[in-house]
Design a protein around this ligand. Structure first.
Ligand SMILES: CC(C)(COP(=O)(O)OP(=O)(O)OC[C@H]1O[C@@H](n2cnc3c(N)ncnc32)[C@H](O)[C@@H]1OP(=O)(O)O)[C@@H](O)C(=O)NCCC(=O)NCCS
Length: 194
């Protein structure tokens, strides 16, 4: 029996909200353990985040998408949400709001496949440029540099009473996503059912 897990990228459906919340909360607790206050991380509620993601998915569309990396049994291993940039003072029209891969599934090409699908949708929607904000203390931010993003802005952000520095990675062109060893060098891109 072939028990290979086949993961593809597709638009999120309302029924994915619980799985997305699961990945989101697990990834926050794992990624920000020594960065954000522990009490805040412990208080995160999967039930509340499920309701929040259900609303976000309901309001999503091709210019404001939520994408999941999921298998055929609807298990979600990673997700991304994106839309118009929330900082109109910067010359980047699109923004990736969230990008998380489940702990244990990182480093296998899912993050770059999700990001690549957002770039493809934004290119079709004629967005000019993309920005992604990351905590400067988050070592995962170097992923954006590996994919060709450059630091174009910095800002402070207070999270659960702790002042944090954020860096904005920009791509002025939607063609600027650098290929990685898994995506863009001949490896098949998971289909986006968009
Ligand atoms: C950041 C994240 C989305 C990247 O997704 P991923 O599936 O792990 O990354 P990929 O496997 O697609 O890696 C793509 C490329 O980026 C590089 N890369 C990945 N993580 C990296 C890191 N921490 N530092 C430097 N390069 C990195 C890889 O080497 C790879 O290049 P290669 O294929 O040429 O070797 C994922 O690791 C994650 O969810 N991390 C925790 C949550 C988080 O910090 N999210 C971002 C919030 S702003």
């Amino acid at each position: 029996m072939d028990d290979t897990i086949r993961i593809g990228i597709r638009l999120a459906r309302p029924a994915d909200a619980g799985e997305i919340a699961h990945v989101y909360v697990d990834s926050w607790r794992d990624t920000y353990a020594n960065i954000l206050p522990e009490a805040g991380l412990l208080k995160m509620s999967k039930a509340e985040h499920t309701m929040g993601w259900a609303r976000t998915i309901k309001a999503s569309n091709l210019r404001n998408p939520v994408l999941v990396a999921a298998d055929t049994k609807q298990n979600v291993y990673g997700f991304a949400s994106a839309g118009p940039s929330r900082d109109r003072s910067l010359p980047y029209e699109g923004e990736v709001y969230t990008l998380y891969v489940a702990p244990g599934w990182t480093g296998q090409g899912l993050g770059s496949a999700l990001l690549s699908s957002v770039f493809r949708l934004f290119s079709k929607a004629n967005y000019r440029g993309i920005i992604i904000w990351a905590l400067s203390d988050n070592p995962s931010r170097f992923f954006y540099e590996a994919l060709g993003g450059q630091i174009v802005a910095e800002r402070d952000h207070t999270m659960w009473g702790r002042k944090m520095r954020e860096v904005g990675y920009g791509w002025p062109s939607l063609e600027g996503l650098k290929p990685t060893s898994r995506i863009g060098r001949g490896a098949p891109l998971p289909p986006t059912n968009a």
